[in-house]
Design a protein around this ligand. Structure first.
Ligand code: B4P
Length: 189
């Protein structure tokens, strides 16, 4: 199973990826988690990424493409993977296509998790409260900026993957277990 989870910030990509990892026994490749680990470790990449992520912008395509290409070569990705938060731009999607051709890998599905902006804000504010503000980008102001960035740079991927016959949309407003069931049904389709 080689799957991409697409959707706006707070739609539940990370939440669902963690559940699907157990169900399909394949790794989750979260560019957000990888970048946050680099920030926590204060690596040069982390120091550069922190400024960009804290204001709600996207880290450069070149940096993220490099991270993903290297990660896809790891042994645990041979049987499949869930890409969570990548690609986020058309340039990243095109780079991924090139990587997959080069590595002899074919995608099985791209699942778009859809949710209203007001619900996304509610979830992210709740996460900020529950985590004691662990993520600097979990504020309403930054989230609104991230939603604008999503519309401008990531939403065009819906047409991109529809054109390739890979896109399946699910309702991300439902409870977590129902979203999981919808994703599994979409993949099996
Ligand atoms: P990400 O880490 O990808 O974060 P996200 O979009 O906020 O999260 P996600 O959709 O996974 O939400 P979650 O499941 O946690 O990105 C962070 C930043 O990293 C980006 O802004 C960017 O700067 C950088 N970055 C990452 N990838 C990049 C790339 N490819 N290129 C450039 N930059 C990149 O869910 C959110 C909350 O909702 C949780 O609290 C959860 O419990 C709750 N929730 C989930 N599903 C729910 C449901 N069905 N009902 C109720 N609550 C639910």
């Amino acid at each position: 199973m080689r799957l991409i989870l697409l959707g706006p910030p707070g739609a539940g990509k990370g939440t669902q990826a963690k559940i699907l990892v157990e169900a399909y026994n394949i790794p989750q490749l979260s560019t957000g988690d990888i970048l946050r680990s680099a920030i926590a470790a204060k690596t040069p990449l982390g120091l550069e990424a922190k400024v960009i992520m804290d204001r709600g912008d996207l880290v450069s395509d070149a940096v993220v493409n490099g991270i993903v290409s290297e990660r896809l070569d790891a042994a645990d990705c041979k049987a499949g993977f869930i890409l969570d938060g990548f690609p986020r731009t058309i340039a990243q999607a095109e780079a991924l296509d090139t990587m997959l051709i080069y590595k002899g890998i074919k995608l099985d599905a791209v699942v778009e998790i859809k949710a209203d902006a007001d619900e996304l804000v509610r979830r992210v504010i709740q996460r900020a409260t529950e985590s004691g503000g662990a993520r600097a980008d979990d504020t309403e102001e930054v989230l609104r900026k991230r939603l604008d960035v999503y519309q401008e740079q990531t939403a065009p991927l819906v047409a991109y993957y529809t054109g390739k016959g890979l896109l399946q949309a699910v309702d991300g407003m439902a409870p977590v277990d129902q979203v999981t069931a919808a994703i599994k049904a979409a993949i099996a389709h």
